[in-house]
Design a protein around this ligand. Structure first.
Ligand SMILES: [Zn+2]
Length: 83
């Protein structure tokens, strides 16, 4: 995406929009999400906590990018930006 990377913490809508743009079936671990967003893992962790009710966590999922087994995240669907 061509969105300039802001200093953390990110605006919540940025991270939610980023997650909602990912294919539904793909789950990602925290380090990969941080890398894709070009932000720190702490910033991602904070955003995931902020979006807690919208985010589905698998404690033993496989990350789509690095294929590590562990905590993986994806946005619940349908995602409502108005929520
Ligand atoms: Zn990963």
């Amino acid at each position: 995406m061509a969105i300039p990377v802001a200093n953390p913490p990110l605006p919540m809508a940025f991270f939610a929009d980023f997650l909602s743009a990912l294919p539904e079936e793909r789950r990602f671990c925290l380090p990969c999400l941080a890398q894709m967003c070009s932000v720190s893992e702490d910033a991602v962790r904070h955003e995931l906590e902020t979006l807690a009710t919208q985010v589905e966590v698998s404690s033993l999922g496989r990350c789509w990018t690095c294929e590590q087994m562990g905590s993986t995240y994806r946005l619940r669907r349908p995602y409502s930006a108005a929520a």
